[in-house]
Design a protein around this ligand. Structure first.
Ligand code: AMP
Length: 281
């Protein structure tokens, strides 16, 4: 794997790849890589010849008081992991390479979709995400870009951005990778104490309960979300932000639950905010 920190150098390298007819796959991340990220790299390899993994903790998507300063960073470990999964280029720019004037006067916004779910609790977050992903699309010009289902609302917004703004990139959403006990992998899991780690298992347990109820014939969104909420609220140390059943394309709540709808959760476990979701089948 080669590590590149400059946009110009990356563009020059990738121009050579394209000239040789190579397909480019992009996996945008904030680093502190885990198996969820690495599964995206594996998928990228299946769909492209050269995988670009970007590592950029994007200040624009953190609100004041969020964990920008303490977000875990470990470029040496990430480089070793990326090399082991066939990543060709690790793009790890500094903040001033991406935002040379300190900020950006033009941003990408999706008011209707970005205000719901997580967006209601993290104002401006998705404008920051969409803006940096649009920049990465223009810097890398990938044939395919891969994102995780773990960030359900982000996945919906990026699919819509690519479609609505005609980015010539195929967006692929890959399944959630979980620990053996069900906890969805996240760079933020390192914040959890051992007690909180146990409490956090209630998220995947609650989503399984929703799936079981759905499989048993329950179709009421209110009943399904109440089932999830009851399990979360019973768990000490967990405080619920939202539990919603949504259509993954519109993020709106359907009148009746159906296959393909998502049950989406956000909670705090101690001071750590965790999200998880499940696509009903
Ligand atoms: P992050 O570094 O947290 O911004 O995540 C980078 C990409 O990895 C995003 O597309 C995430 O949705 C995806 N991702 C994070 N955690 C997981 C997971 N447990 N399973 C699958 N994808 C994930």
């Amino acid at each position: 794997v080669i590590t590149v920190t400059r946009i110009a150098e990356l563009r020059q390298f990738l121009a050579g790849v394209r000239a040789d007819g190579g397909r480019i796959g992009l996996v945008p991340t904030m680093g502190s890589l885990h198996d969820g990220h690495l599964a995206l790299c594996d998928a990228a390899r299946r769909h492209s010849d050269v995988v670009v993994l970007s590592i950029f903790v994007n200040p624009l998507q953190f609100a004041a008081g969020e964990d920008l300063d303490r977000y875990p960073r470990d470029l040496a470990a990430d480089t070793a992991l990326a090399a082991g999964r066939g990543v060709g280029v690790l793009f790890a720019p500094a903040v001033d390479e991406i935002y040379p004037t300190g900020t950006t006067a033009v941003t990408v916004m999706a008011p209707a979709l970005a205000g719901r779910l997580c967006g209601a609790y993290r104002p401006g977050h998705f404008d920051g995400v969409l803006t940096v992903v649009a920049k990465l699309f223009n810097i890398v010009m990938p044939h395919v870009a891969l994102f995780g289902q773990k960030d359900l609302q982000q996945a919906t917004l990026i699919r819509r951005m690519a479609a609505d703004l005609d980015f010539p990139v195929a967006v692929r959403i890959e399944p959630i990778v979980r620990e053996h006990d069900g906890l969805a992998m996240s760079s933020r899991n390192v914040y959890l104490t051992s007690d909180e780690r146990v409490s956090a298992l209630s998220l995947s347990r609650a989503l399984r309960a929703a799936q079981d109820a759905f499989a048993a014939g329950e179709r009421s969104p209110a009943v399904l979300t109440a089932t999830v909420r009851a399990i979360l609220e019973r768990q000490s140390g967990v405080s619920v932000q939202y539990v919603e059943l949504v259509d993954v394309d519109t993020l709106e709540s359907p009148a009746r639950a159906a296959v393909g709808h998502a049950v989406a959760i956000a909670v705090h476990v101690g001071s750590t905010r965790l999200i998880d979701n499940h696509l009903l089948y």
